[in-house]
Design a protein around this ligand. Sequence first.
Ligand SMILES: Nc1nc2c(c(=O)[nH]1)N[C@H]1C(S)=C(S)[C@@H](COP(=O)(O)OP(=O)(O)OC[C@H]3O[C@@H](n4cnc5c(N)ncnc54)[C@H](O)[C@@H]3O)O[C@H]1N2
Ligand code: MOO
Length: 392
Amino acid sequence: MISFDDAMSLLADNIVPLDAEVVALADAAERRLAEDVVARLPSPRKTVSAMDGYAVRLKTVAAGSTLRIVGESRPGRPHLTSIAKGEAVRIFTGAPIPENADGVIIQEYAERDGDNVRFAEGFGPSAHVRHRGSDFDKGDVLLSSGTKLDPGSLVAAAAADLAEVRVHRRPIVALLATGDELAAPGFASKDPYAIPDSITFALASQIVREGGTVMARSLAKDDLPGLEKQAGGLLPTADIVVVTGGASVGERDFAKPMFKSHGLELIFDRVAIKPGKPVWLGRAAEKLVLGLPGNPTSAMVTARLFLRPILAMMQGGEGSHSWRRMALTGDIPATGERETFARAAWEEDGLRPLSNQDSGVQGGLARAEWLIRCPPGRNALSAGSLVPAIQF
Ligand SMILES: Nc1nc2c(c(=O)[nH]1)N[C@H]1C(S)=C(S)[C@@H](COP(=O)(O)OP(=O)(O)OC[C@H]3O[C@@H](n4cnc5c(N)ncnc54)[C@H](O)[C@@H]3O)O[C@H]1N2
Ligand code: MOO
């Protein structure tokens, strides 16, 4: 059994990014860049007005004096010609200012009379001007390779004037839930010993959130020859097969044996964490295989801790967790010998650990929005303590 940190290092050593492809910016949301985004234009492109009003040479304007309006500057239809003393240009937000203008007086201070304008006391001192390149310059690197194109990054990529971007291919993921007792939700009530498969739906959602494509989501009985055959069907097409259940030490725990005849080589097997100790990662037929424990909370925690980073790394992302220090609003008991990841709900003043921390919990997962990292062998913590946490 290895530590959580050692398991994360093994991910970093073993996961390589998938190939890159070029996609239209309209199809690039939530994909990860396979190259830096370099601005092809400065922003703003010209020095422009930040408000609707009148462009002037500020030092030459006094409240009450009359200025002659010599033109109009609109975005895309600028008036760039220099203005003389006593002149102003009507201007709108985003329009370039005349060459020698240095400020804009907003129209709320203006009294217009035909081609003349006077300004009331109190305009300024703000010039209401955005200077060329004040946001970014042509040639600036706006986004680095590996960045996920979230809404803010899409604004930056579009503002850089890119029609398309190079991104890493989406990982193709096959999900296989093992267990004789499993039934599709909606069909468990018919059999007194069946339980609904709750995990694969949540895993599919996590995979899509992390940019992956779910190629298959199937249930399988605990029957080794049948499982070997299913593995053989999934491995050729998938980039990674995620198998749930059967990860423990029982005679009918076939998650690893089913990949043996496909040449399974383990990268790690069991991690000193709670919940999720039986999690394992390997390679079979040159594809990644991740085994998650069957207990629903354990499966969700190990998917968050390992599957999400693996998918990010396959798309060129760093895959490391960004732990944030958050305040507790409830108590956490002392930890045992395994590093513990406590599920917590978000409250206005911090994180409240859920009262039921059992690894079989299903209903409570709906309130488990954060995961708190608790080192092994630590004393109990009370409300107010700061703890490292990630969104779950
Ligand atoms: N003697 C030992 N027993 C166990 C150990 C151990 O070290 N020694 N480890 C325990 C830990 S920790 C975990 S976690 C579980 C994991 O076991 P498996 O991965 O083999 O999971 P299963 O036995 O298949 O299932 C456990 C539990 O979860 C339910 N389950 C399974 N799949 C689903 C699904 N898709 N949707 C909903 N629920 C599911 C299953 O019915 C069982 O109740 O092993 C401990 N045992
Ligand atoms: O640690 Mo196991 O992951 O649920 O109970």
